[in-house]
Design a protein around this ligand. Sequence first.
Ligand code: SF4
Length: 219
Amino acid sequence: MLNKQQIRHCLDTFEEMFPEAECELTHSNPFELLVAVVLSAQATDALVNKVTPQLFEKYKKPEDYIAVPLEELQNDIKRIGLYRNKAKNIKKLSETLVEKFNGEVPPTKKELESLAGVGRKTANVVASVAFDEPAIAVDTHVERVSKRLAFCRWKDSVLEVEKTLMRKIPVEEWSVTHHRMIFFGRYHCKAQRPNCEECPLLFLCREGQKRMKKKEKSQ
Ligand code: SF4
């Protein structure tokens, strides 16, 4: 696994490559962010951003989602995968927000995780983006980049990846690193065709070196 100095170099490289990295889900308040993050499970941010402008125009507060029939909400989000369950969860979490949190999105990860359809990753994103809480949400990009770059072990679970990153990255850099790693994974170290040839981290990435050797052999 990479040592402290090598990880520092990776973090600095992420910053150089993606200094403006931020949450790409369109939202204008914590409630919209929460709904968008719930919708984004196993869906791309780009697709969610196509659906949410009309959705947020129609539904402005939790009470609006509570009042609408389930089938109508499902129909409004049916372009997004798992829409049946997501609609159920959005209605349920809206009820909890009204009953327990005065209609507001709670700021702590623990409270967020008590909401329907909100797991650790979603809670981390909302706490970090909406409330500036230090957090590292491990999505598919963060997990892949962490493993390819040997920040952690290949066999680590998502929770172990998160804990390792929290241990190895200074707390004040958790949130920004999370966004930069997502951008690095989304636009550079892609799942199918990582751009190893032009990667400034190739010299310390065994996965990238392996891929390059394989490519050379096949040419
Ligand atoms: S060398 Fe390749 S696998 Fe390694 S971090 Fe760069 S793009 Fe990703």
